[in-house]
Ligand binder design. Structure first.
Ligand code: PBG
Length: 329
């Protein structure tokens, strides 16, 4: 770097001296417009069920959802992400429940979209909430079969679009799914439904609490390393993103978030597509437990979210969205 000056003529602390001056030179902003709020839904009536490994996060029955949606709209959160906790009795090896037009997600979509168009709804496309083995696709000889899984993911996407889903978010990491889903959506008349590709999704240890929340943790006996990315790689992320842009993704996700800020920046520096970050369940629980146990103070949440803006993320999926929207106003 040239022209940085030198001490004592240059004193960087001068610009930091007062609050108003710090405001003048601040480089990044976090606003409610940047937040996506994940919501866990479950069967039953009038239940708000705590998730042990995610203090402060709940599974809601559908009769409780309308209030949450109203709250999110009032706070101007742009989008919700819906995640179902499917009863074990409805799971099978093929994840058939994913294609049931009366499944939890479909009922939630219909319910929420009936009343409003003021908030976006995004849904995961993957089979893990529906399979008895907890994998995102269907197994052949203990290996998730890419092309057989694609056939089901296409149907799952079309069903979600029919029910009113605005943003289809494939999180399964099968090869070729973005193109296959885009083509199928277009053929069925859903050319304006957006596609958010979880293009860069790592086989991460930070998903544990989420798997508790959707009820797949105990079912999953192995890991997802043969489809999710190896966390020692970052150049491979660029190949994933390039392919998905070519196949028609409208935005791409990097996931998890904080351990992968370098990857967000790398993607942002190489492509002009909007990049979203997912501050996943394990990250949430670490920070939340830190606050509960008075090891951290609450401002750590804001700091953690600002790191995504610095890295170049357009939006952040975070379980803190609700709380953060209150703070940001
Ligand atoms: C499933 C999915 C996962 C998450 C979102 N969608 C878990 C996984 O791949 O095992 C994790 C989100 C979180 O941890 O908050 N395809």
């Amino acid at each position: 770097m040239k022209n940085v000056g030198s001490y004592p003529n240059t004193r960087l602390r001068r610009n930091r001296k007062t609050e108003w001056s710090r405001r003048l030179v601040s480089e990044n902003k976090l606003s409610t417009n940047d937040l996506i709020w994940p919501i866990f839904i479950r069967e039953g009536k009038n239940i708000k069920e705590p998730i042990k490994t995610m203090p402060g996060v709940y599974r809601y029955t559908l009769d409780k959802i309308e209030k949450l949606v109203e709250k999110a709209i009032r706070k101007k959160i742009p989008m919700l992400a819906l995640f179902p906790n499917t009863p074990i009795s409805k799971k099978d090896t093929k994840g058939s429940e994913a294609l049931n037009k009366n499944n939890l997600v479909c009922r939630a979509l219909k319910l929420i979209k009936k009343n409003n168009d003021e908030i976006g709804l995004m849904c995961d496309v993957a089979l893990d909430p529906y399979t008895t083995h907890g994998h995102d696709g269907i197994l052949k000889n203990n290996f998730v079969d890419n092309d057989e899984t694609l056939k089901i993911l296409i149907k799952q996407s079309i069903l979600q679009a029919k029910m009113g889903c605005d943003v289809i978010a494939p999180s399964d990491m099968m090869d070729g799914r973005i193109g296959a889903i885009r083509n199928a959506l277009d053929k069925k008349g859903f050319k304006n439904v957006q596609l958010l590709s979880y293009a860069v999704k790592y086989a991460s240890n930070f998903y544990g609490p989420f798997r508790d929340a959707v009820g797949s943790k105990k079912l999953l006996k192995s890991n997802k390393k043969d489809y999710q990315m190896d966390f020692s790689n970052s150049k491979e992320a660029l190949r994933e993103v390039a392919l998905d842009i070519g196949e028609g993704a409208d935005f791409v996700m990097v996931k998890p978030g904080m351990p992968y800020l370098d990857v967000i920046k790398l993607v942002k520096d190489n492509f002009k597509i909007p990049v979203f970050a997912y501050q996943v369940s394990g990250e949430y629980s670490l920070i939340k437990n830190g606050i509960i146990n008075k090891i951290l103070n609450e401002d750590a949440i804001y700091e953690s979210l600002m790191s995504f803006k610095r890295a170049g993320a357009s939006a952040i999926v975070t379980y803190f969205a609700d709380q953060m929207a209150d703070k940001l106003g």
